[in-house]
Design a binder for this molecule. Sequence first.
Ligand SMILES: C[S@@+](CC[C@H](N)C(=O)[O-])C[C@H]1O[C@@H](n2cnc3c(N)ncnc32)[C@H](O)[C@@H]1O
Length: 249
Amino acid sequence: MSWHSRYLQQATWTRELRSYVFEKAGLTGTKRVLEVGCGTGAILSSLESPAGLYGLDIDGSALHEAQVHASKALMTRGDALQLPYPSFCFDIVYCHLLLLWVSDPLAALVEMKRVTRAGGYVLALAEPDYTLRVDAPAELAAIGRMQTESLRRRGADVGLGGRLADLFYRAGIHIVEAGAFRDRDAASLTPDEHEKEWAVLESDVVGLMPDDEIRRFKTLDEQARLRGERVLRVPTYFAWGQVSRGDLG
Ligand SMILES: C[S@@+](CC[C@H](N)C(=O)[O-])C[C@H]1O[C@@H](n2cnc3c(N)ncnc32)[C@H](O)[C@@H]1O
């Protein structure tokens, strides 16, 4: 599966919350909006706003794809820890599934705040906490732990989501709302979504457990779904807040 199709799939899980937050933050009335860590443009391409759209990512090949999918946005290659923009120049600066991959998420939030104008908003729209992952039936917890371990080895801060509100507080961004997403019902995934989940899972755990063991878990998973007993819960958090005049300078 391509990264873009995975990002599009993840974007569907957060669509409802995103449109609520973007509306509250006044997306349609803004001039400039930036996504930090925009990947292939899955979120940017879904924005309906007359605002100038900007995307930044550290990965040049993802940015090339983003330019195709979100052709109206101006893409820049750069690091979330050192945003290549002047201070106070965006109305809304957001990220989606970024902070867990950044070596210093607090510094990234401080940078996002720096480039946001007074009265503008900083949004972290989805950050998971894999340390609180729940799998059922219990036998499937082993493959869940492997997947979390694989993310950790690839550099993810697997418990970032649970610390998101505290990071906003420490960055001096005045929280408007923070919370967790409603759980998705793993038992009700379509066969296509189930295949996509497994394509990702298999590529994550390959090399960490024997292939026949992975196939055994897949069969167990399918059977549990058919019985309506499968639970796969990764608590995922959001926070958004306002940059006030007193914070600037
Ligand atoms: C899981 S993807 C999410 C992409 C997009 N936000 C979405 O939800 O579809 C995380 C993205 O963050 C980017 N990234 C990781 N560390 C970064 C950094 N320090 N600065 C900028 N981008 C970064 C990666 O290259 C990747 O494209």
